[in-house]
Design a protein around this ligand. Structure first.
Ligand code: GDP
Ligand code: GDP
Length: 473
């Protein structure tokens, strides 16, 4: 649905002016991981923001400028420029206590040449300590700044006043569209762009893959692990084999940053990264490096994605060299990884495992096609009649046990939701039902009803006491 997405507001400014603080304030959460390791401190860069009821997507650019200042500024700036392309407004933040610096003026000059409405924000303006900087800032050419204190939450109403004329209409349209979609049963509405996240350890080739898909240098790539550090969403049209254009929203996470010297901490952060990707994504591609195979951390990430109920697929990257290097035993490598996955991830049996080469592009069309199919299954609803036919068959084939001579009664099943598929089984004496029988039912749902490759949730509800339910997956 064109025009129904919330407006995007990008937060720009030199380091230390309070961009991340403002971002956190706008999205109303304390998301930033605090860490004194340069380059690993930064957190999610997109979030659902709300200012006095005005809803938009906020993008934080903190960290794009202040890392590796010697070698990367131009590339970092290129990233900001790309993000500006899709933005509906820019919040240009300066530090009103510190006053203007040459860098502020440079950013201002550059921003004036961009095609985006700019709201100048005088941050750290609590008390009156910012007054001098506020007057000075008129020289930047963006009019009167919005004086606020990101840290203390002051000045939010003024920010609303400044943003409303720019993004208000789009925000309202998005809200209406959302309300309309909520009225429709979710699975009847068109699915919209496929929200696809690429996760994996540093150097698995995530950035190369996304650049290859998009056909342009959207993301920084390089041999240094962890050089892409942010979640970035890019809308893209993929052409399927019938020549139809399909919308894809690609989410790249900075992924699984792992530098030799900070492995411990980064282990934790990489999981946090995957979790963030999962927030945005319907389907998650876990990219493996064929030259390294399946590592413990991959399994951890995969489990997390499944626990969060997202559809997961595995793509083994760098197949261009893996095939050659292993002297023809590529299929051995493939089967080895598949086996290790089956052992390590008991939750889901039929995970799609594909081989790709981000470098040559081989296998990528198949991968995207498979991702669309996976989303189909993840979004599928089985009618109650068909579901209960399966249910009766499953119980006839393997009746529930009768602990202490009293049979456990399973009465019926409904599908309570989709994305991921959720089922509720009603019955009596369900607390006595052995785990093994639940597993039997879950596996049978997967196999018989076409949910093999996606995580499903099954809840048991005792008919007598509807509140005594337990979540299962
Ligand atoms: P970024 O590099 O632009 O993302 O800046 P940060 O959000 O990391 O903030 C830089 C420093 O400014 C931190 O020490 C913040 O606590 C501080 N800061 C942010 N907002 C305010 C504010 O409104 N008032 C004051 N006094 N300090 C702030
Ligand atoms: P990221 O950290 O996951 O984003 O990984 P990058 O995209 O930066 O890639 C890491 C390294 O692997 C780079 O040197 C890439 O050129 C290389 N690479 C990525 N994909 C492939 C591939 O399909 N084949 C080969 N041979 N190398 C690749």
């Amino acid at each position: 649905m064109p025009g129904s997405a919330p407006p995007v507001v990008i937060i720009i400014g030199r380091p230390n002016v309070g961009k991340s603080t403002l971002f956190n304030r706008l999205i109303g959460k304390k998301l930033a991981l605090v860490d004194d390791q340069p380059g690993v401190t930064r957190d999610r860069r997109m979030g659902d923001a709300i200012v006095a009821g005005l809803e938009f997507t906020a993008v934080d650019t903190a960290g794009w400028e202040d890392e590796d200042a010697e070698t990367l500024p131009g590339r970092m700036r290129a990233q900001t420029e790309i993000s500006l392309e899709g933005a509906d407004a820019a919040l240009f933040v300066f530090d009103s206590r510190a006053g203007l610096t040459p860098l502020d003026s440079e950013i201002a000059r550059w921003l004036r040449g961009q095609d985006v409405p700019v709201v100048l924000v005088a941050n750290k303006a609590e008390g009156r300590a910012g007054d001098g900087g506020i007057y000075e800032s008129f020289a930047l050419g963006f009019g009167e700044p919005v004086a606020l204190s990101a840290e203390h939450g002051e000045g939010v109403a003024d920010l609303f006043d400044a943003l409303w004329p720019i993004i208000g209409a789009k925000a309202e349209a998005a809200e209406e569209a959302e309300a309309a979609a909520a009225l429709d049963e979710d699975e009847d509405a068109p699915l919209g762009p496929l929200k696809l996240a690429i996760v994996g350890r540093p150097n698995a080739g995530k950035s190369t893959l996304i650049n290859r898909l998009l056909g342009e240098d959207r993301l920084l790539t390089g041999p240094e692990a962890g050089i892409t550090r942010d979640s970035i969403a890019v809308d893209w049209l993929w052409t399927d084999k019938d020549g139809e254009s399909c919308e894809v929203r690609l989410i790249d996470t900075a992924g699984m940053r792992k530098k030799a010297n900070v492995v411990e901490k980064l282990e934790k952060m990489s999981v946090a990264d995957a979790r963030r990707a999962v927030d945005f994504a319907e389907v998650v591609v876990l990219l493996l490096d064929a030259e390294r195979g399946l590592e413990h951390q991959d399994l951890k990430i995969a489990s997390l994605v499944l626990e969060e109920g997202r559809a997961l697929m595995i793509a083994i990257n760098k197949w261009d060299v893996a095939g050659q290097a292993s002297g023809g035993s590529a299929s051995g490598l493939f089967n080895g990884i598949k086996g290790a996955l089956a052992d390590g991830l008991s939750q889901v049996r039929g995970l799609p495992v594909l081989t790709v080469s981000a470098r040559t592009g081989k296998g990528l069309d198949t991968m995207i096609g498979a991702a669309f199919e996976l989303r189909e299954a993840w979004s599928k609803r089985v009618g109650t009649a068909a579901l209960n036919r399966w249910f009766d068959d499953a119980m006839e084939a393997n009746p529930p046990p009768a602990p202490g001579g009293k049979r456990i009664k399973l009465r019926y099943i409904t599908q309570a939701g989709t994305r991921p598929p959720r089922f509720v089984i009603f019955g009596t004496r369900l607390d006595a039902l052995p785990k093994s029988y639940e597993r039997y039912l879950v596996n049978s749902i997967r196999k018989s009803l076409g949910f093999e490759a996606v995580p499903i949730r099954v809840t048991l509800k005792t008919s007598k006491n509807p509140f005594a339910d337990q979540g299962k997956s």
